[in-house]
Design a protein around this ligand. Structure first.
Ligand code: DQQ
Length: 576
């Protein structure tokens, strides 16, 4: 009953909203009404809210903005619409945390108030200036609709919560240059100091079809001068949103300050490609004198390139955590239900868990792993060791709450002889996963987890590997298959896939970790070499009715060397 009141209430608000906005909204209203009336009541509640992933109490969120550490607190800002559960003229919401797991919501840091941001406060970053003085750089949408770059400073540096932010009158700092589209010039990075003690930052931009990281320099953080060339650009890639540029060490897992210019560091340039809505990165060398970033030989800037996450993941941002010397990555995982579902739910958008990120020892890619603070939430444990899974085998992981869990499993493959032959034309891992779901029997694999599964497995989201034999090596494919994740008709349920760059023949072992949290499955394959995130909306596999299995549908036996599955507790989440 409460649910139908909610539908009516939402409908009423929606009608009011659309009547105020659009004179010709009647056809939209008819569609919305029709759709709302067809939404089964079971959908309209909070069962899809996550337990331990970052999300605001309500309404819409998208990109993480300007994460940083200041005086004992982690600060996170994010794109937020306080009025509706859909994107519209965002502001910078603000939360703080001692551990990046428990979050306290504060008042918004930046809202529309000045001619240089009256139409929206879009994404950006923070920089810590000498003397431990944080500054926000963000894109304001001005009264003409132009994208301009602004700064804001804390009002009171002795307040570790940094509750109030002030926008100096000398904003905007940077307006779109003539050759760049005025509505495609946004998302300033964290600024870094070069050996010449000049600040640098890049802004995502588009010139014709060329995506670019437009470079600016400044002595005083007030007057910014455009460099002759972009830091990097690539033809036919479309708009580069939310660029992120930072150094990484070639040894070990520790992070490096964004302004570190020691010899021997590599650099990473991440871009969020608006065309594909995925986050790509390249690793390469940064030449301060030429003011150029040059990706390493094999690295490409397009949709065949490396991705932080091969699933529902976008607009990510890293920061250097001075307290623990880690580089931490956070990304936005959008809903994959409909806009109407979001309005009815009253919320949309989560962040993936904070991940520590470092360069793989082979230098070919980054490795990511959930920050160790997450482990504080681990509760009841189910363990299995040395258990053989024969072809067709299925083991249920019982005794823990499978809808809010953290699972780590090491698989061992004693024999790769049955691995199917890999066709070198198979360059698209997502397609390969689509064509071979978890029911398609293989030689070595598919094996992995069935997450958010209903009792009889009418619903399940498979997370699995398949091993192929190429001419001189083995190829490991990792997939997320949510095609059977929900009995609800009409949901968008894309399959995701990525190759895992490991030499499986060396010891025959491969690890998988999956973070399951009601409407999200976030997985880390090959010790964090390939990551993917899916949003899931089951109807049966909900709460205590959710099950978790390990399966093997390959011809070859697989051994579960070690499996630990923890139920996860709920942290403090923005006052929920
Ligand atoms: N989201 C922001 C933009 C950014 C985009 C607006 C990426 O600044 O380019 O909410 O999701």
């Amino acid at each position: 009953m409460a649910n139908s009141y909610r539908v009516m209430w939402v409908l009423f608000l929606l009608v009011q909203f659309l009547c105020n906005r659009a004179a010709d909204g009647s056809h939209i209203l008819a569609n919305i009404k029709e759709h709302l009336e067809s939404v089964p009541a079971t959908v309209i509640d909070n069962k899809y809210r996550t337990g331990y992933h970052f999300q605001p109490r309500n309404m819409w969120m998208n990109d993480p903005n300007g994460p940083m550490y200041y005086k004992g607190f982690y600060h996170l800002f994010y794109q937020y619409n306080p009025n509706h559960a859909f994107w519209e003229a965002p502001i910078w919401a603000h939360s703080v945390s001692k551990d990046m797991i428990n979050w306290e919501a504060l008042e918004p840091a930046i809202s529309m108030s000045k001619p240089f941001d009256l139409s929206g406060c879009w994404s950006g970053s923070t920089t810590i200036l000498p003397g431990n003085r944080p500054v926000i750089l963000y894109t304001g949408i001005d009264t003409r609709g132009y994208q301009v770059q602004n700064v804001a400073y804390p009002k009171n540096l002795s307040d570790p919560y940094l509750r109030e932010w002030v926008k100096p009158d000398y904003n905007p700092l940077i307006t779109p240059p003539e050759d760049i589209n005025v509505t495609k010039f946004r998302d300033p990075t964290t600024a870094w100091l070069g050996p010449d003690r000049r600040w640098r930052l890049v802004i995502g931009g588009l010139r014709k079809h060329r995506g670019m990281a437009v470079l600016y320099k400044s002595k005083d953080f007030i007057r910014w001068i455009r460099a002759k060339h972009p830091l990097h650009s690539a033809p036919d890639t479309g708009m580069w949103e939310c660029p992120d540029f930072y150094p990484v060490s070639t040894e070990g897992k520790l992070g490096v300050d964004t302004s570190d210019y020691r010899n021997g560091l590599k650099h990473v340039l991440k871009i969020s490609l608006d065309r594909d809505r995925w986050d790509y990165y390249t690793i390469g060398s940064y030449n301060y004198t030429a003011e150029k970033f040059v990706p390493d030989g094999m690295m490409v800037d397009n949709r065949t390139g490396l991705r932080y996450d091969y699933g529902n993941y976008y607009a990510s941002k890293t920061f250097f955590d001075v307290a623990t010397k880690r580089r931490i990555l956070m990304g936005w995982s959008n809903e994959s239900d409909s806009k109407i579902d979001d309005i009815v739910k009253g919320w949309a958008g989560i962040l993936t868990v904070p991940r520590a990120i470092w360069l793989d020892a082979n230098g070919r890619q980054l490795v990511q792993w959930p920050i160790k603070e997450l482990e504080k939430l681990r509760g009841a444990l189910f363990s299995v060791q040395n258990k053989k899974l024969q072809s067709g085998g299925l083991v249920e992981i019982s005794g823990i709450s499978a809808a809010q869990a953290d699972i780590e499993v090491d698989f061992e493959l004693s024999n790769l002889a049955k691995a199917e032959t890999f066709d070198p034309l198979w360059t698209d891992p997502q397609k390969l996963c689509e064509e071979n779901d978890s029911d398609v029997k293989g030689g070595v694999g598919p094996f992995g987890l069935l997450t958010l599964a209903s009792d009889k497995r009418e619903e399940q989201t498979a997370v699995f590997f398949r091993i192929f034999k190429a001419t001189h090596k083995y190829v490991v494919l990792m997939c997320h298959d949510p095609s059977r994740s929900s009995l609800r008709p009409g949901l968008y349920k894309p399959t995701y896939g990525g190759f895992v760059d490991i030499e499986i023949q060396k010891n025959g072992k491969i690890s998988l970790r999956s973070l399951i949290d009601h409407s999200v499955v976030e997985s880390f394959g090959g010790e964090g070499r390939t990551c993917m995130t899916s949003r899931i909306y089951p109807t049966l596999a909900v709460g205590d009715s959710s099950h978790l299995f390990v399966f093997n549908n390959g011809a070859e036996d697989v051994k579960i060397l070690k499996l630990d599955a923890w139920e996860m507790r709920k942290p403090l989440m923005n006052g929920e």
